[in-house]
Design a protein around this ligand. Structure first.
Ligand code: NIG
Ligand code: FE
Length: 389
């Protein structure tokens, strides 16, 4: 196993508040990192760095933990560019568009679905994302949900069963039968391929009672809960997520006072998806209000062909800073340590000895540039499991 010294780091974001400037980002200047195999072996001032077999010169750039994208839907076919164009000209977004992607996904071959997932996984990695979550939810039959998760599992261990994305057209008049399928035969087929269970609990999708039924069935099958809620309107989903100790509740655009209190008193991360609000022209979720209440906030891409067809975490950081009230430091934390918290992972999202050697070297001197230079490709190199990609 060979070691690698990364030195001449202008600014190191560790997300370890016990080192460096003492802020949540744990910023170190003139730092070095030594990687041994797939793990971080040493972090500290460059002048004291131990010797290593190989060297990577950061040339004064910023180095961050790899981004952790805790919410993505990369297994699908087709696109909805025309729907996006119509929205930009005033047509509202609704959950109904999901049916278009379901139709395309069902008729795609396994190879086509795998090719799209591979392409998006490649985009994520090139943009500095070293861990991502992948949901099913565009199949909505037993066979199509199972194969979506099988394909997702070829690219990530963070797989999420989202059979309860919407009620498919053939079940429109018999919702209860679809819930029975999602909690019965479909769950049994999907659980071996999934780590998480998720529900789209929102207007036009599933109500809170249906969500509770699906999440508790998934939990009984060994899956861990997470939830989509508060995207399209107020409801009881956010409080359900906290009650079930879901790892994360995602979107959080419509958050009541009671929702805020529940989040502040619980262990559930609020994940913001600013790409959705950008791409659907809907109101920005108020990240400032969540943070000021003491809620843990994550940022994710929600990469999907309908509501947010971006795989760029840097773009999401820029939006969160510009329009959701996060400081640049808070947004970078949310896209790294926050994403790790939303997946209940402590081995990623932090640069500390013993943690995974997942790192992003920027083509910029500080993390501030991610929001300051929107749209500019600032990821110079990426290490995943200690390997330069
Ligand atoms: O997270 N909100 C539900 N699901 C996706 C949208 C999927 C789609 O429009 O295709 C989301 O935004
Ligand atoms: Fe989503």
């Amino acid at each position: 196993m060979s070691s690698l010294l990364i030195d001449r780091i202008g600014e190191l974001v560790t997300n370890d508040p016990t080192v460096g400037d003492g802020s949540p980002l744990g910023l170190l200047t003139d730092a070095a990192v030594v990687v041994d195999g797939a793990e971080i072996a040493w972090v500290g001032p460059a002048a004291h760095a131990p010797a290593a077999d190989r060297r990577l010169d950061a040339e004064g750039a910023a180095v961050l933990p790899g981004f952790v994208d805790s919410h993505a839907h990369p297994v699908f076919a087709g696109d909805r560019a025309a729907e996006f164009s119509a929205r930009m000209q005033g047509k509202p977004y609704g959950a109904g568009g999901i049916a278009t992607t379901v139709g395309a996904t069902r008729t795609a071959t396994d190879a086509q679905l795998a090719a799209t997932t591979r392409r998006i996984a490649g985009e994520l990695l090139a943009g500095g994302v070293t861990t991502f979550e992948a949901k099913s939810g565009y199949g909505l039959t037993v066979a199509d949900e199972r194969r979506s998760l099988r394909i997702a599992g070829e690219f990530t261990g963070e797989t999420t069963y989202l059979g309860a994305h919407v009620v498919p057209a053939e079940y429109r008049e018999r919702r209860a039968d679809y819930i029975d399928l999602v909690t019965g035969e479909m769950l049994a087929a999907c659980a071996p391929h999934a780590k998480w269970v998720d529900v789209f609990c929102d207007r036009g999708a599933f109500d809170v009672d249906e969500a509770r039924t699906v999440l508790t069935a998934g939990m009984a099958a060994g899956l861990r809960p997470r939830l989509h809620s508060g995207q399209l309107g107020f409801g009881d989903g956010i409080r359900l997520a906290v009650e079930l100790d879901a790892a994360s509740v995602d979107h959080c655009t419509y958050v009541s006072g009671a929702d805020l209190d529940a989040l502040a008193g619980g262990n559930t991360v609020a994940t913001l998806l600013p790409g959705v609000e950008f791409s659907t022209r809907t109101p920005w979720s108020d990240g400032r209000r969540l943070l000021d209440a003491g809620v843990t906030v994550a940022l994710a891409t929600d990469c999907n062909p309908g509501s947010s067809y971006t795989s760029s975490m840097a773009f999401c950081i820029a939006l969160a800073v510009r329009d959701q009230g996060l400081s640049p430091a808070e947004a970078v934390w949310a896209a790294t340590a926050g994403g790790a918290a939303a997946l209940r992972r402590d081995d990623v999202g932090v640069v500390r000895p013993g943690r995974r050697a997942d790192l992003t070297v920027l083509a910029a001197p500080s993390h501030l540039h991610l929001a300051y230079r929107p749209g500019v490709p600032l990821v110079r190199s990426v290490l995943k499991n200690g390997v330069v990609q």
